[in-house]
Structure formats: C-alpha cells, structure tokens
Design a protein around this ligand. Structure first.
Ligand code: WTA
Length: 653
C-alpha cells in the first residue's frame, strides 16, 4: 500500500501491478490540443461515416460535436463486436432471487433486432419519436433502449421507483405516446405490481397514450396487474412473430438525440436533458476507457440503477460500446442478506465495482463481517454521486480494496453525460474526499459565486466549465430558453457568439485545494441528494401543496448518517384546519404519489409560518439549520425573525 503524507492530507498511490496494466499511464491533461483531444474518444467507435469537424462552436451554447459523422448506438454496442466476440458475455443479469441471465453479444443482436422489428412494424415507431420507458432493473430495460436506438428513436427512461405522476409529466413534456413498462419486479423477495403505475400514469397524462407495452417479469402476468384490451400489449407475446428478423441500424447523424433523461432543478418541473448520439457515446466510451480503465476482457459492475444517468452511461452505453461484460442486479444489496454485493462480486469475478457513498456508508454500518469469507478481488473501485467523507473512503479502501486497490471518485451530473473530474487511477495520487482534477479537455475553474472571479487555492466557490465537451446535454428538451437560464446565465455574456464568453454553471460547491484537486462539498442550489437520488425541493413543495389542507410549505435538507441528506417538510395549514398525525401522513403519501417513495419526508412539522425575506422569498437555509440543530445564520433580512425561533423551539424543544 502506498500511503504518504503531503501537507496535512494523506495521499494514496496505486500499486505497480495496477499501473502495469492500465489503459492510461500519462497525464492526459497536459499537452492536449482542444478540441482535437476528443478525437481519441471518437476513435473508440466505428463510424458509418467519418465526421468533418470535432466541434462546431458557431452558435454557443448550442454546440455541435463530430459534425457530419454518422453512426448508430445499437450498432456500436452490438453489431460491430460480432465478428470477434459474438459469444462473449455482454450482459450478466442477476435477479434478486438469485437467477442469472447471461446475454452474449450474439444474444443481444438477436433480441434487440426482434424487438426493433416489432416496435417498427407493429407500433409504427420511427426516427424522431420519443418513447417513454418505466422499466425496473430487468434485462428488458437495456434491450429496449438498444432496440429504440437501433431505430433512431430517442428513449426517455423514468426511474422505476418514480411514481405514476412522474411518468405522466415526462410523457406530456416529451409528447411521448407510447409507454414501455413491466408488470412487476422483485424487492426484498416480493413481486411488486409495477403495472398499476402505468394505469395511473395513462390516466394522469394529458397526452393520449396509444399503447402500453408490458414486459412480463415471470412466465405469467403479475396476478394483480390489469390488462386493458386495445391498449396493453405483452411484449413477449407480440414479439413472437418477429423472432429472427433483422433491422438495419438507422444511420444517425452525430447530433441526432439518443435519449432524454429528466432531472431536477431548483424550480419547476424536472427538465428533459437531451443527449446527442455521437458526442455522448464517444464521451461514455472515452471516460470508461481512460478513467474506469475498462478493457474488453473485464467484468464491470456499476451498481447504479439504469433509471439514472450513471446507469445509462456506465452500465449500458459505455461498457457495451467497449465490448466488455456489464453486470446488472435487480434487487437491494441486503436481500436475502447483507453480503449480497460481495456474493455477486465473487460469483461473477467482478474486476471493477462502481458504487455510491450511500452504499459505502451502509456497508460500513453493517460491518466488515459481511465481507469476511468472500473471495472477490477487485482491480479498481469507484464511487460516484455524492461527496464521500474521508471515513467512508478509507473504510472502502481498507475493507473492500484490501488497502491497495485504487479508488476513483468521479464527479459529474445528468447534464454532463459522463465523468468530468476524477483522478486517472494509474497516474494521480488519491486523496480521500477530494475527487481529483478536471479530466482531459475539461476546462473547469472555481469562482466566487457573487463576482465570478477565480478563487485562490484553499478557498471555496462554485465550479464552472469554461469550454464545452462532447458528453454535455444538447439542450433542455423543447425549451432552449430554460437551457440557457438554468446553466449559462450567471456568468456568461449571453449576447456573445464567442465560445469564450459562455460559462456553464453546474451549481456545485467546491473547495479548490492547494494541489489543484477539487473537493466537492454539495449543491449550491435547492437540489437535494437523497441517498444519491437527485431531488428538487421545489418539486417536493409542489407535491405537498397538492394536499387540500396545506396553505404553504418549505422543504429543507437534514443531514443523515447513511443517506447523506433527507427532506424535512415544514408545513403551514390553511385557516381553520388543525394539525394531526393523520394530516402528516397525508403529506407523506402525497409526496410518494407525486414523486415516489425515495422523496418521502423524514419529518413533517406543522408550523404557523415559514421564514421569509421582506420580498417574500422563503429562507430554506435557515430551516436547514433548524433541521440540523446548527447555529442560525443571518436573520436580519427576515420579515419576522421570531418565526425561526418558534420553529426551532417546536423542533428541538
Ligand atoms: C453530486 C449523478 C461529490 C453533485 C452522476 C452533482 C457528486 C449531482 C459526485 C449530480 C462526486 C455527483 N462527489 N458530489 N463524485 N458525483 N455528485 O445528476 O452534487 O444524479 O451536481 O448525476 O451529484 O447528480 P446526478
């Protein structure tokens, strides 16, 4: 183990055995021509037609990548691997009950083609459409994504744990008339009825939903699942007529959208981040190759859900584009027991494990006994999605990595398509809790939030991205203005046509360390990170005010030892209504219904009023301080400072 101390921080070094086999052994950040450095990523793909230009920056912030290039994501992830490795395992699926499904690249080819043929011929799905998926972690999900990609159709997958309302909103926003779902999936040994969410979504959507396609989880339809004649179709039945059919992968322009992924912002409904085909796929493959050190011979397990961007990029598109073996697991890491993760790692001889700080904190709480008799041997470990505390990092390093396996802590977002800040595992020293430096071609800086000026090393501020990169979102679907106002307005000269004047703001707080490493501290806006799930406080508030008795509400984040953060709801009732436990339950149920159980408030406090500035802006930060029992910040701008004291009294007695 290479551990040494520089300044006050501890650094860790990768072992020679890792360095000797690594894909990347020099610092790619140096001597790189921008934007030509990204050609190396594009070269990892087989283009139908070569691109003319790496970057077209003539109309910022609407950048175009690899212009003129033609490709198809399904071809990149399947067909091109067939000549050399048709029998190699592409996907290894582990069901919660312990069943395995293994798909070779040839199997994927067969299944994806039949499915694409069915979607095209039976449902008239064609290039330009957007199809909504609400699929859990079953093989149907990547198969459907790839079949749609083959047809040049964008998919919009909604995380399986999200509610019917969440699905309906996304279908309306994207004008998406077809929903592909499943009848059920396993959670802690129980087959959940997932189809009922589709029924409610169809009802709640304003758009006319033409068809609901249902993947059956078992041989029979879930006993409680409805079947609506004329609307519902069982995929496994409809596809029978198409077995063995082949569909030419549709030639996509580099800039044609590959998918939408809705994500939360500060205000308003979730926005559809639109990702392009060429730039996104090249960036997914490139970062997986360079940062995750993935080789075709590897078995790579990213524990995220495919319903989030991490799963899109690092379970489906990245690993399959590189022709490796990607593992996906249906269930929870503690079913049937708390050693499930290590059992799967051993069973499939996983080389690289990529997980989240939330999961690591959970493993830590469960104790290292659960790993004791397991025979796994990782080459590389990953963490992603939230800031990781040094204690959790060190536990991961010592207990999962045996005190020598390198760890990569990758910072990025739904909008960025792939990793932007990390160490290169064979090149950079690791420093617990500090992700690393901006990757090749990524020009990031840390600026003062007020002035926009770069901060000095040792200070903290807002991370900004000063140049575009191929994985970035194209726009917010159907709303170019929102794209500009959400991401660019703060620090850009929005009148300018010069790329240099356009600065992208991810809304994350960073401490710029003396060695140039970025230590991520959390969101600067009203977005929460609950067990790695991104949620907007505004969204929760919208849901809570749907309760008839509620006049007003403010949601604040409370620190949580495992989940990182959880929402606390402060609720003001309408005149004449009295608070009760039943009413609090109603608030919780409404959040579950409108968003999903992951957004469930940890506490509901019924209060007389919420703190507001004189101009009427709710001061959520003060409530956050109340929730965390921290000293209160400045209350002088409040219309009525006594309100916070009353609330504090009520919460903490
Ligand atoms: C946070 C997930 C600290 C960050 C890929 C970001 C992180 C948000 C890290 C995006 C990390 C992600 N260290 N914080 N390594 N990675 N984040 O869109 O606040 O679900 O803005 O994408 O997660 O969440 P999203």
């Amino acid at each position: 183990m290479g551990k040494n101390t520089e300044e006050k921080w501890e650094y860790y070094e990768p072992p020679t055995s890792f360095i000797n086999q690594a894909n990347v052994t020099e610092d790619l950040r140096e001597d790189t021509e921008y934007p030509e450095c990204f050609e190396r990523y594009a070269d990892l793909l087989d283009w139908f037609e070569e691109y003319d230009e790496v970057l077209d920056a003539s109309n910022p912030p609407f950048y175009k990548w690899f212009t003129g290039g033609k490709l198809n994501a399904s071809y990149e992830c399947i067909d091109r691997h067939l000549p050399e490795k048709k029998d190699k395992t592409a996907l290894l699926w582990e069901g919660e009950l312990g069943t395995t499904q293994r798909f070779s690249y040839q199997d994927l080819y067969y299944k994806v083609n039949s499915l694409a043929a069915m979607l095209q011929d039976e449902f008239g799905v064609e290039k330009g459409d957007i199809v909504t998926l609400h699929l859990p972690m079953i093989p149907a999900l990547p198969l459907t994504m790839l079949a749609l990609a083959r047809l040049g159709v964008a998919h919009s997958e909604v995380f399986g744990g999200f509610s019917a309302e969440a699905v309906a909103h996304r279908m309306d926003d994207a004008d998406s008339e077809i929903l592909i779902t499943a009848d059920g999936y396993y959670r802690r040994g129980k087959l959940l009825n997932h189809k009922e969410k589709a029924d409610k979504a169809v009802e709640a959507a304003n758009i006319d939903v033409e068809n609901v396609l249902i993947w059956r989880r078992e041989d029979e339809l879930h006993p409680n699942a409805s079947f609506i004649e004329g609307q519902d179709v069982i995929v496994q039945e409809a596809i029978e007529d198409y077995y063995g059919e082949e569909v030419e992968p549709v030639e996509q322009d580099s800039e044609d959208p590959l998918f939408l992924m809705y994500t939360s912002g500060t205000t308003g409904k979730p926005k559809g981040c639109q990702h392009r085909t060429g730039g996104y796929l090249a960036y997914a493959a490139g970062t997986l190759h360079d940062v995750h050190d993935v080789k075709p011979s590897d078995t790579y397990w990213c524990m995220a859900d495919i319903g989030w961007i991490t799963g899109h990029t690092y379970i489906v598109y990245g690993p399959l584009a590189l022709g490796t073996t990607s593992v996906m697991y249906e269930g929870t890491p503690d079913y049937p027991d708390k050693d499930r993760t290590w059992e799967i790692a051993e069973k499939y001889d996983v080389d690289t494990l990529n997980t989240s700080p939330t999961a690591i904190r959970m493993f830590m709480k469960w104790g290292k006994e659960w790993l004791a008799d397991k025979d796994f041997d990782f080459k590389l470990l990953g963490t992603v999605g939230e800031p990781i505390q040094e204690e959790a990092w060190t536990w991961y390093y010592q207990n999962v990595g045996d005190g020598e396996t390198p760890i990569i802590d990758k910072w990025w977002q739904t909008e960025t398509g792939g990793n932007l800040v990390s160490t290169y595992p064979a090149v950079d020293k690791m420093k617990p809790g500090a992700a690393g430096k901006p990757l090749m071609g990524i020009e990031a800086d840390v600026v003062d939030e007020e002035t926009g000026k770069s901060v000095e090393p040792g200070e903290q501020g807002s991370i900004v991205l000063k140049k575009p990169w191929p994985g970035m979102l194209q726009t917010v679907y159907g709303n170019d203005e929102r794209f500009i106002s959400e991401y660019w307005e703060s620090f850009s000269d929005t009148e300018s046509n010069d790329m240099e004047d356009w600065i992208y703001e991810p809304e994350d707080e960073v401490r710029l360390e003396d060695d140039g490493y970025f230590r991520f501290l959390g969101r600067l806006d009203e977005v929460m990170n609950v067990a790695g799930h991104r949620l907007g406080t505004g969204e929760l508030e919208d849901a809570i005010t749907e309760v008839d008795e509620v006049a007003e509400t403010a949601v604040a984040s409370r620190d949580h030892p495992e989940k990182g953060e959880v929402p606390d709801a402060y609720v003001v009732l309408k005149e004449g209504v009295t608070g009760s436990e039943k009413l609090k339950d109603k608030v919780v149920s409404m959040v579950e219904e409108e968003i999903g159980p992951i957004a469930r408030p940890a506490n509901v406090y019924i209060v007389d009023d919420v703190p507001k500035t004189r101009s009427g802006k709710i001061m959520r930060r003060l409530l956050e301080q109340v929730s965390n029992d921290e000293p209160l910040g400045d209350t002088t701008t409040l219309r009525d400072p006594s309100i916070v004291e009353d609330i504090r009294e009520q919460v903490h007695g």
